[in-house]
Design a protein around this ligand. Structure first.
Ligand code: GLA
Length: 388
């Protein structure tokens, strides 16, 4: 790691590119500790923001154009805020302009802006690089236009950009934690009411993230398919349970009683979501008690359920979890995020982290021929302006 923090170069680069100073905003990626594929079922999740961010430098223009340059891909592009019916371009800029479109549709008439963007959230790794771009851009554009910022509203708008502009039917988790994360805390979120609670992470335990280096490219097609399967489960179960709005309203006892006629794979998908919601509630209790072992067991059960019932894991994720589970000082390991590649999250006793990194990296590389990346990240603060 260089001594220079990634964003420190951005103001200077902005002046070089656009000839005037900028304000800088940042928003983090996330790791989900438990509660996977529950957010779009109105359920519970427990992510933490991580120490990887997208930074957006911004200064106003006199017209209604957005001019954006990405330092990551060394490419610039433009967008006209007055365009009649803006369309996605299937390009990184969709995350930027999609947020602008949603802000405008929500009644925020934006000023034009020059934007310089840089991020260090690993791409395609299931750590929410896209949510971090959306949130950092939204924060930058709102401030640039003099609007007050409500972080929960910004999370919803950023999700809408992903759903309606990018075309990925994600839930609210990633954008919400990018907006509302807190240092040293996991965030328990009720995705229906958006009530949340910050929970302490045990002080002698580290969050370790292992990147399989398998990009989760399949993810968005399979993801939308899983969502549709959950919706099919709800409409069938609603025949017996008329109060039902989402799988959040179903218990395991309901599934025992009324799930028998659900076809495969719908029953398995429902069983994952319903049991995962229960695990998140138990996991919150475990953190309240400072019980890392109980939390770790729930992570292991979550992984099994995602692998066998929700079928969103893959051989590399399963291997990474297996290797991790054999290392001393590991409380729990599971895949994190949408699945089909990407990362695992591990709860590791801090004094054993170095041994963990060595053992897991060696074992994984021997078995797959790929060198994994392993990140140790504290739970970090949510989106904010960067001031020096
Ligand atoms: C992706 C989505 C989230 C969530 C997770 C799975 O990260 O963006 O909304 O559904 O997958 O838990």
């Amino acid at each position: 790691m260089s001594a220079i923090k990634p964003w420190e170069e951005l103001p200077k680069k902005f002046v070089n590119r656009y000839g005037r100073p900028a304000r800088v905003f940042r928003a983090p990626g996330r790791v989900n500790l438990i509660g996977e594929h529950t957010d779009y079922n109105d359920g519970f999740v427990m992510p933490a923001a991580i120490d990887f961010d997208t930074w957006v430098a911004v200064a106003p223009r006199d017209d209604r154009k957005l001019v954006a340059y990405s330092e990551n891909v060394a490419e610039g592009t433009e967008f006209d805020l007055d365009a009649a019916s803006p369309q996605p371009r299937h390009h990184w800029s969709d995350y930027v302009f999609g947020v602008a479109v949603m802000l405008e549709q929500a009644g925020h008439k934006l000023r034009g802006a020059d934007l310089l963007i840089f991020g260090n959230v690993p791409l395609g790794a299931g750590l929410s690089s896209s949510a971090s771009i959306e949130v950092a851009t939204g924060l930058a554009l709102l401030n640039n236009s003099g609007f007050p910022v409500d972080l929960v509203a910004l999370a919803k708008l950023s999700q809408r950009a992903e759903n309606n502009f990018v075309g990925m039917r994600c839930g609210i988790m990633d954008q919400f934690i990018s907006c509302c994360g807190h240092a040293q805390r996991a965030l328990w979120l009720d995705c229906r009411s958006l009530d949340y609670r910050l929970l302490p992470l045990p002080s002698d335990v580290s969050l370790v993230i292992c990147n399989t280096m398998v990009k989760h490219e399949l993810a968005s097609g399979e993801y939308n398919k899983r969502r549709a399967e959950c919706e099919a489960g709800v409409s069938r179960l609603a025949k017996e349970l008329p109060h039902l709005v989402a799988l959040r309203d179903v218990t395991l006892a309901d599934l025992e009683l009324y799930g028998r006629d659900l076809p495969d794979p719908i029953l398995k998908r429902c069983r994952h979501v319903v049991s995962e919601n229960e695990r998140v509630m138990e996991a919150a209790g475990a953190l309240d008690r400072g019980d890392a072992s109980a939390f770790g067991h729930l992570m292991a059960e979550s992984h099994r359920s995602l692998r066998d019932d929700y079928e969103v894991s893959c051989a590399e994720l399963d291997l990474m979890v297996k290797l991790a589970s054999q290392v001393k000082g590991v409380f729990g390991a599971r895949m994190t995020g949408g699945g089909f590649g990407g990362c695992t999250v591990n709860l590791v006793q801090t004094e054993h982290v170095e041994e963990f990194k060595r053992t897991v990296a060696d074992g994984y590389e021997k078995a797959t021929g790929r060198a994994p990346e392993i990140y140790v990240s504290p739970a970090a603060e949510g989106a904010a302006e960067v001031t020096r």
